[in-house]
Write a protein that binds this ligand. Structure first.
Ligand code: MG
Length: 157
């Protein structure tokens, strides 16, 4: 077994879809970013790469590279899964926490969980997506950012 941890944070700006785990959540703002800015999938990518000892998202998908502009982050997850599986490892389970003040994510958690499980090729029972607010504190609490924490366990194939 190999464990990996990932973290990401994006500013929230107007005129961007609010994408979490590949699911668009209705909201007036969305994460700024070179790709779709999906913080959950970016943290997942870093957790997968970290567990496999393959570096980080910035090394593989540099923001300076125009080919990643507005790319759905699920496409990046698929590429990373190929790299991970080439090392003889495959995802076993993941846990995550999204930190955002609004919108309320409770109605969307099941859909996000199913979408991430589909990306990872796992049963939804092996994928956990939790959400909480930042209690009004700092940038996230003021509704100016969204963050995500992810832990992944990889097993030998
Ligand atoms: Mg990011």
């Amino acid at each position: 077994m190999r464990v990996g941890i990932g973290y990401d944070i994006h500013r929230l700006v107007g005129g961007r879809p609010f994408v979490l785990g590949g699911v668009t959540v209705p909201h007036a703002q969305g994460p700024a970013g070179h790709s779709d800015g999906d913080p959950l999938l970016h943290a997942l990518i870093d957790a997968l790469l970290g567990a496999a000892g393959l570096g980080d998202i910035g090394a593989h998908f540099p923001p300076s590279d125009p080919q990643w502009r507005d790319v759905p982050s699920g496409v990046l997850v698929e590429r990373v899964l190929h790299m991970v599986r080439a090392t003889g490892l495959t995802p076993h389970n993941m846990d995550s926490t999204i930190v955002v003040e609004r919108p309320l994510l409770a109605p969307h958690i099941a859909g996000i969980r199913a979408a991430v499980a589909g990306l990872l090729g796992l049963d939804a029972a092996m994928v956990s997506v939790k959400a909480k607010t930042n209690e009004g504190l700092e940038a996230i609490g003021q509704g100016r950012a969204v963050a995500a924490h992810v832990v992944v366990l990889l097993a030998e194939v």
